[in-house]
Design a protein around this ligand. Sequence first.
Ligand code: ACM
Length: 557
Amino acid sequence: MKSGRNTKSAVAGIFLCLMAATLFAADTNGPAILPWPQQVTLRAGAFKLTPQTRIYVDPASRPTATFLTARLRQSTGYPLKTRTKFFSARAIEGGILLTTRAANTNLGPEGYELTVAPDSVVLRAPTQAGLFYGVQTLFQLLPPEIFSSNVVQAADWRMPCIQIEDWPRFRWRGFMLDVARHFYNRQQVERILDAMAFQKLNRFHWHLTDDQGWRIEIKKYPKLTQVGAWRAGVGFGLDPKSTTAYGPDGRYGGFYTQADIREVVKYAAARHITIVPEIEMPGHSTAALAAYPQFSCTGGPFSIPLKGGVFNGIYNPADEATFKFLDDVLTEVFQLFPGQYVHLGGDEVPQDTWKNNPACQALMKRDGLTNEDELQSWFMKRMEKFVGAHGRTMVGWSEILKGGLASNAVVMDWIGGATEAASSGHDVVMTPTQFCYFDYYQSTNRASEPLAIGGFLPLEKVYSLEPIPADLPEQYAPHILGAQGNLWTEYIPNLHYAEYMIFPRLTALAEVDWSPDSARNFDDFSRRLQVEFQRFAELGINYRPNLTNVPTATLTQ
Ligand code: ACM
């Protein structure tokens, strides 16, 4: 899609570097950039950051420059001055330029071009997102201490001379957090957004509702959070002390107010992350039906489960009141989340409830639906129309293919369906369990790992994912939007443990999503990861330190 270098955008002076080496693949001793860029040319020499270094920026790019200077100030202590007045190429000598002016539009909506020379650093991108990603790369050219939250006196703040042209391979570079099974508060979610931005990820899939909890305030239905956000205990057989998410009455849980959500959306947008909210239906809805049992087939009562599994909290499609409720809920969701995509779940529907319900059976007869898969499809198609009428796009799990896929739906493939969906013109996000489920164990030595849901997903396996299915005819490949890591949190009651499960597997997935597949090299990735671990340490991010199937306990002692 993008090619060639816009030589006009190169600033005079960059060729002062004497030697150059183009790194076609990430298989050298190049800098620890993660994910590895599309094109890298390493040169001799370095740019040294000093207290006098000026930041030059066009006015529209100021927020991105502020993001840069705030981080640099924390760790270097340098009060770097920013200039937005007219600047010429010559005037930036000794400085760092961030601009969208004269940027190569072939770099695309998230690409950037970064040139580090001994006397200047020039970062150009057609968009603010591209500039933001260029800033992330710039941080990675500096010592890991750049991520320190305190001033580091002894550090040598040099960047190697380099020329980078970079853009992502995929548009959807995602991470999903399940906040229903265990609750992560606003500050914790923002911490994860910070880590995502740092890895150039751009979609946060927020799994806000499930059987075990409803986490989003809906003004029209206050019981969703008054009842649905709380359960009798932490559940899942876990130690009650493994979490602090208890309400004043001792119940476990929590929820986001609409004000919280607006703040998180803003926080994400400032990091070029779009939030994809998920409101589960028709199954995985026990918490909602504990609050409003009138929208179920049986009338309830429901209690919020303290364990995992498939529960009979399923909406009643035979009652119009159910759709009025769901439409009202989504109307508030649309007001809170400006992004294009809204995820409506659709997975693991316990259809027996519908099978045994005379009203559901009558509805099927009326509409000529021959089985419950078709009823499920009828349900999701109806919701997809509502979502579409509001100018949004519905996303659903693999099962939305069963019984017929709604016309504009995006499929999130966890147990298959990508090829079928993409070759019929639907967009697809890849989250196959065997590569993308970060709730799986990271070692077969289970006794040495914290309790997990099961499975085995080592780092190298995540890294080996090819998002485009091998059996997908090439012309449909553009329908594969990208890949996403999912963290289901049944056995993950706190952020410290969540980070251990996320990192560095998400770092591997970020490289799958961003870097050219020809640059994929696990040995070199592992080498760069050692530097990434130093950055994680500076940032206070917990991670699994060993890359192989070795008991963590042995290595950390
Ligand atoms: C899923 O893991 N049930 C989508």
